[in-house]
Write a protein that binds this ligand. Structure first.
Ligand SMILES: [Zn+2]
Length: 249
């Protein structure tokens, strides 16, 4: 079972890389066939086996022998390992499925936000729908409604933060994608722990923000990966964060 879940992860990882690099450029990610970036040759199924194809072709296109971006193997490996980790951590049930969705978002947002400074709408929408379905199945109607309202509340909090940021810094401190993403965080974790997650994300982003201002003289940072990272940490340690929250309150 663990091996199967790892393999599914690598296949999806390859798909997530395609989504997060093609959609921001306005390219079709689902219906166009995969092709070599250098020679444009349409790739056969045996060129597209996660990890194996890359290793056996020694990282080169088997037609024009130009180097293939190593992003492919990293996205496949990272997603496979995250899926395996989720299985070992939760085994199955509600937390397992939601954990897989969070790992998927982590990969997609990591790539699209660092490369193109964008959080795509479609993964957020699909994830929200899947989470609502999972909550209805495993947790029940009433708690699902509470979660949806939590998402809306967190969305509003982030919108207010955006406005405060605008007044303080005279520019947009948060992107629209970050605000939409916070709906999903509230939906998954409910309001109080969702808020804890937002706070944690700012601590995670701080060292990177300081470094990028000093080294790159750049004060625009992609915030999505840190939100996704905080969501991952909190969801996988939910009880600990709930205890901490209750203790502080
Ligand atoms: Zn080629």
């Amino acid at each position: 079972m663990a091996v199967l879940i790892f393999i599914i992860g690598t296949i999806l990882g390859s798909f997530y890389l395609v989504i997060s690099t093609r959609l921001p450029k306005g390219e079709d990610a689902i219906f166009s066939r995969s092709k070599c970036d250098s020679c444009g040759k349409i790739l056969k199924w045996y060129n597209l086996i996660p990890i194996f194809s890359y290793v056996f072709q020694k990282g080169k296109c088997s037609y024009c022998h130009k180097k293939i971006s190593s992003e492919n193997i990293w996205a496949e490996l990272a997603t496979g390992l995250l899926f395996l980790f989720t299985y070992l951590w939760f085994n199955n049930g509600y937390n397992f499925f939601v954990g897989l969705i969070i790992c998927s978002l982590l990969i997609i947002i990591f790539i699209s936000d660092f490369k193109y400074m964008i959080i795509l709408d479609s993964p957020l929408i699909i994830s929200s729908i899947l989470i609502i379905i999972l909550k209805l199945i495993f947790i029940g109607f009433k708690d699902t409604i509470t979660s949806i309202l939590s998402g809306v509340a967190l969305f509003i909090v982030m919108l207010v933060l955006l406005d405060i940021g605008k007044i303080l810094f005279k520019k947009e401190a948060l992107g629209g994608g970050d605000i939409k993403f916070s709906f999903l965080i509230g939906l998954i974790l409910n309001f109080p722990i969702g808020l804890v997650t937002i706070i944690l994300s700012s601590f995670l982003a701080l060292p990177y923000a300081v470094a990028s201002v000093i080294i790159k003289k750049n004060n625009e940072l992609p915030y999505g990966p840190f939100l996704a990272g905080a969501l991952f940490i909190v969801f996988f340690n939910y009880d600990k964060f709930l205890d901490l929250f209750n203790f502080l309150i």
